[in-house]
Design a binder for this molecule. Sequence first.
Ligand SMILES: *Cc1c(COP(=O)(O)O)cnc(C)c1O
Length: 387
Amino acid sequence: MDEHVIRTYQRAEEVFVAGHGATLVDRDGKEYVDFLAGIAVSALGHAYPPLVEALRDQVGRVVHLSNLFRHPYTEQAAARLAELTGLEASFFTNSGTEANEAALKLARKWQKDQGRPERVSFVALHGAFHGRSMGSLSCTHTEKYRKPFEPLLPVTFVPPDDIDALAAALRTTRPAAFLCEPVQGEGGIRELSSAFLVAARELCDETQTLYVHDEIQCGTGRTGRFLASQWSAVQPDVVTLAKPIAGGLPMGVMVVRNELADVFRPGDHGSTFAGGPLVCRAALVLLDALENGLLDTVQARGAQLRAGLEALARRFPRITEVRGRGLMLGLRLADGAPELQKRLHGLGLLVNCTAGDVIRIVPPFVITEAEVERGLDLLAQGLASLD
Ligand SMILES: *Cc1c(COP(=O)(O)O)cnc(C)c1O
């Protein structure tokens, strides 16, 4: 009965009707270990009791108000984000794309306010994924996503970790902003080096370029710290978050440093739905969990998973690389990644294949030791079946 749904995705055969923790259940009652979390979203797993309780309660109070009115949960969520990121002020959105779109608009307005109205272009990285709206798509590198929609905004792409290429692009094109993902997600779970992030900070300062970290996939605790950039002690001017931030409800946010908090004046930008009481209540449940030990769990389960993947890499020569950090891991294969994904679904393990040759592993943060073990067993079975 899917003929009325526009086919922008190749959907899998399985139909899931329920879940608990990092386990999903299909309509025949078969259980699957969830190493995908709805594309790095469901950080609290499925049917996480404190989230269920908070949402039930909130639905019975008030779901939506619009941004014409204040609400305590919106303000609490923004205050907690300021504390956790070391930045100052939040603009809430309904998705990652919208958070990046806000950052692009902010960058242009900031440059104008600074008396540099000619600085309207952007610099981003090969392999970057920043979203699908006209602005965020312009900064997304993948040719097949871009081509049908050109002309796009002027964006110069440079290779990741190439400090000289970045310096040249910033000095010659004089963009409004430089955007990067500290760990590229769609690009194949590719972690940028600390040296590159540090150099990018200095180059952006030197060239008066706004420095934007897209931590929509790698942030909000996924690597075991609240921001992936905190492993390198690099502070951007703007960070965008989304995917896991409201435990599976649609929410994104752009967080900016103090000096940028007043770039958007009343009327400059907006959203009807964003930052409402329901999603902000969900975000507070996630942020509470992170502050009450969940970041440690991410590190512990991440270490367990990585050790397991490295053992598999020694056993199966098809695996050419284990990548990533915390619970954002990738298994790069010499061949057969799409086929492996399909077989793993059949065996009861949900993963996806990204950048053509990388099995992406981004489970819920609440995944248990036993679920990780079971997932690794299934992965071994899947790999063995390819030989
Ligand atoms: C998913 C993703 C986006 C887009 O987020 P949506 O919520 O799908 O709009 C942008 N940037 C990165 C790094 C992402 O992983």
